[in-house]
Design a binder for this molecule. Structure first.
Ligand SMILES: [Zn+2]
Length: 299
């Protein structure tokens, strides 16, 4: 698109909030629906790949892999988990279909989990907040991509205790790339942020393992904090650690006290990092400024 077209779009959207927020709402719902698929299928795809790799290594041939049916984000089409009936496109409209069907399959009446419309509505809500915060800008577009990635990562970690490289790595590179244009941070701060983010948790991980002989977090957590550092610069890293570790510890203690979590059992840290990172993305600078003013470091 040429610059005048872009400027025209920007002016139109800025002057028509209904169009801007309506469009964001619709886009957020559609992306939320796609994230449902990603969260459900990506871990299965990863597991299949590991199995394939192991089989190849063991047998030295890939005949077993070739026989397997295609399973990715596109194929097979969505089906009802109760009756196996394929879900028609008109029953697959984000949020609306669930509301119209009152959370039941059209074919068998089985319940469709509340989680799906909640993720769609949640994605739309967070997308609206991003656009409200950044307006019509490159920052808003970039922040939307990061927001959607963080939603997927947080949910996959909650479900499976995995943080897929196929999401963390592209986001890390994108953060570094955006720093070249100074979208959220300059390149020096971004590179140091990635390094600082990775190393800080790496040190905690290995320190904890030396002291206790246990692994307190997953290695994916290092990569998640590295990517947040790449997007927001090294200055954001201490804040993200603080905003994730404190709530993480509180929730962990509460879960153990209520008997819903064993002390030995690791708790996913990714969702806390993702939430802290997202807060830092939207309000990090405001929080730092307020803190400095409060502590009397800046007048
Ligand atoms: Zn059904």
């Amino acid at each position: 698109m040429d610059p005048t077209m872009l400027a025209l779009w920007r002016d139109t959207l800025t002057q028509a909030p209904v169009l801007l927020y309506g469009g964001t709402l619709a886009l957020g719902l559609i992306i939320g629906s796609f994230l449902n698929v990603v969260v459900l299928r990506l871990p299965v795809m990863m597991e299949r790949e590991w199995r394939r790799d192991c089989a190849e290594l063991a047998a030295g041939d890939d005949a077993a892999a070739a026989a397997e049916e295609r399973f990715d984000l596109i194929q097979p089409p969505s089906i009802c988990l109760h009756c196996g009936q394929r879900i028609a496109p008109w029953d697959n409209i984000p949020l609306l279909s669930w509301l119209l069907l009152r959370g039941h399959c059209r074919a068998c009446g089985g319940t469709i989990a509340l989680r799906y419309p909640l993720i769609e509505a949640g994605t739309a809500l967070l997308s609206l907040l991003v656009v409200w915060r950044f307006g019509v800008s490159v920052q808003a577009v970039a922040a939307l991509v990061l927001t959607w990635g963080l939603i997927a990562l947080a949910l996959i970690d909650l479900d499976t205790q995995l943080l897929p490289d196929s999401i963390t790595q592209p986001l890390l590179w994108l953060g570094l790339l955006l720093s070249l244009a100074g979208v959220f941070s300059n390149s020096t701060d971004a590179i140091l942020g990635a390094l600082f983010g990775f190393l800080s948790l790496w040190l905690v991980f290995h320190g904890f393992r030396l002291l206790t002989g246990k692994e307190g977090m997953g290695r994916g957590d290092f990569k998640l904090l590295a990517l947040l550092g790449a997007w927001l610069g090294w200055q954001a890293v201490p804040q993200i650690i603080l905003f994730s570790a404190v709530p993480g510890a509180v929730v962990g203690v509460a879960l153990i006290a209520s008997g819903r979590q064993q002390v030995e059992q690791p708790m996913p840290y990714g969702p806390f990092l993702a939430i802290a990172g997202w807060i830092s993305l939207l309000w990090g600078e405001a929080i730092t400024t307020a803190y400095l003013r409060f502590s009397g470091l800046v007048g």
